[in-house]
Design a protein. Structure first.
Length: 350
C-alpha cells in the first residue's frame, strides 16, 4: 500500500509491546505491496522487527489474514527445525499465538532481515537468476518432510474464481461515461481498457482452456512459494537471498515458481534449478501459460476493484492505474512469444 493505514499508532505500539513483551518505540511505514500494510517496528536498544497489518474491511487483505492459519505455522516450523534458513519467520506473542488483533486489524510480527529487496534490481544478472532458481529448488525439495494435514496447506486448484469480478468491472467501466467526467484516472482507465475488451475476452477463454489442460496434469506437486518476484527477495548483508511474503504458498506444479523467469533468463534458471535439484525436470508449457495469464488477469481484477469498487485514496488510485498500464497491459503480448521461446529451448534439450 502506498499510504499508511489510518490507526492510532501509539495504541499499536503499546499493543505490540504488551503482547510480545518488547519495548516498542516507533512504527515506520513501508509503502510497498497491496496485500497488507507493511511497517518497521523500532524497539529499545536498536532492535527491529517487520510488521504486517491486515485490514479486515478490505476484502483482499481479509483473505490474506485468513491464510495466516496455515502459512505462519509452516514458516515457524521451518525456522525452528532449521529446515530452511533463508526466510522471514513469525515471532510468537507471549500467549503463543502467531498474530494479534486490534481494532478490526490483524498484526503479525516478523524477524527483521538486514539487506535490500530486489524489487528495483531488474533486469537480474545471470548470477541472481541462478541464485533464485537454487532457492526455488530448495523450497521444492522440502516437500517430503511436510505433514500436509497438520500444516493444512492448500493444494493447487488452478483458481479462476476472480473472473466474474473482472467481467463486472469491465461492464461497470463501460457504463460510467457520466461518472468518468472530471475524474482523470477513470477517464484514462476507460481510454486504455475499453479498446482491449476483445483481447481480454480472448485471454479469459484461453485461461479456461488452459485450466482444463492443467487439471489433467498428473505430475507430482511440490511446496511452492508462489510469488518469487524481486520484491519478495532480500539480498542479505552476507550476499545470500532470503524469501519473504509467503502468502501464496501452496502445493503446486513447479511452474508456479517458474512463471516470472520465462524470458531470456529461462535457460539460466532451468540449468541452475536442475543442478540444485540433482536431476532433470519436465516442464509443462500449458501449465506455464496458465500461470502467466492467471497472474495478469487476477492482478488486473484486483486493481480494477480498487479503482471502481473499493474506497481508496487518490495516491493509491494513481498507483493502481499505473500498475494496470505499465505492469500488466503492456506485458500481455509478450506471453506467447516467451512461452514459445521456452518450448524451443526445451526441444533443443531432447
Amino acid at each position: 500500500m502506498k499510504v499508511k493505514f489510518k490507526i492510532d499508532e501509539k495504541k499499536v505500539i503499546a499493543k505490540l509491546s504488551d503482547a510480545y513483551g518488547i519495548r516498542a518505540e516507533a512504527l515506520r511505514f513501508i509503502p510497498v505491496g497491496d496485500a497488507a500494510y507493511s511497517y518497521f517496528l523500532l524497539c529499545h536498544e536498536g532492535l527491529r522487527y517487520y510488521v504486517k497489518l491486515f485490514d479486515h474491511y478490505n476484502d483482499r487483505q481479509k483473505r490474506g489474514a485468513d491464510k495466516l492459519s496455515y502459512y505462519l505455522p509452516l514458516l515457524g516450523r521451518l525456522h525452528d527445525e532449521g529446515q530452511f534458513e533463508q526466510l522471514t519467520w513469525p515471532i510468537r506473542a507471549l500467549s503463543g499465538a502467531y498474530w494479534i488483533t486490534i481494532e478490526d486489524c490483524t498484526l503479525v510480527l516478523f524477524n527483521y532481515i538486514a539487506g535490500e529487496t530486489l524489487a528495483d534490481a531488474y533486469p537480474f544478472s545471470p548470477e541472481i537468476v541462478g541464485n533464485i532458481a537454487q532457492l526455488a529448488a530448495q523450497v521444492h525439495r522440502m516437500t517430503p518432510i511436510l505433514d500436509r494435514e497438520l500444516m493444512a496447506l492448500p493444494s493447487e486448484t488452478f483458481d479462476v474464481s476472480f473472473l466474474p469480478d473482472l467481467e463486472k468491472c469491465l461492464a461497470q467501466l463501460e457504463c460510467q461515461d457520466e461518472d468518468a467526467d472530471g475524474d482523470p484516472i477513470l477517464m484514462e482507465l476507460q481510454a486504455a481498457m475499453l479498446p482491449q475488451k476483445t483481447q481480454i475476452s480472448e485471454m479469459v477463454d484461453l485461461l479456461h482452456g488452459l485450466r482444463a489442460k492443467s487439471l489433467d496434469d498428473d505430475r507430482e506437486k511440490v511446496l511452492c512459494h508462489g510469488d518469487m518476484w524481486g520484491g519478495n527477495l532480500i539480498r542479505c548483508e552476507n550476499g545470500s537471498l532470503a524469501l519473504i511474503d509467503w502468502e501464496s504458498v501452496m502445493i503446486a506444479p513447479i511452474e508456479f515458481d517458474l512463471r516470472g523467469y520465462i524470458g531470456e533468463e529461462f535457460g539460466i534458471y532451468l540449468s541452475a534449478y536442475e543442478k540444485e535439484l540433482g536431476r532433470e525436470v519436465l516442464i509443462n508449457t500449458d501449465v506455464l501459460r496458465f500461470y502467466c495469464y492467471q497472474h495478469h488477469l487476477r492482478n488486473l481484477t484486483n486493481w480494477l476493484l480498487n479503482l471502481l469498487v473499493r474506497d481508496i485514496n487518490p495516491e493509491q488510485r494513481a498507483n493502481d492505474l499505473e500498475m494496470i498500464l505499465y505492469h500488466c497491459m503492456n506485458r500481455w503480448d509478450s506471453i506467447e512469444p516467451q512461452v514459445y521461446a521456452v518450448e524451443m529451448q526445451l526441444q533443443d534439450r531432447k
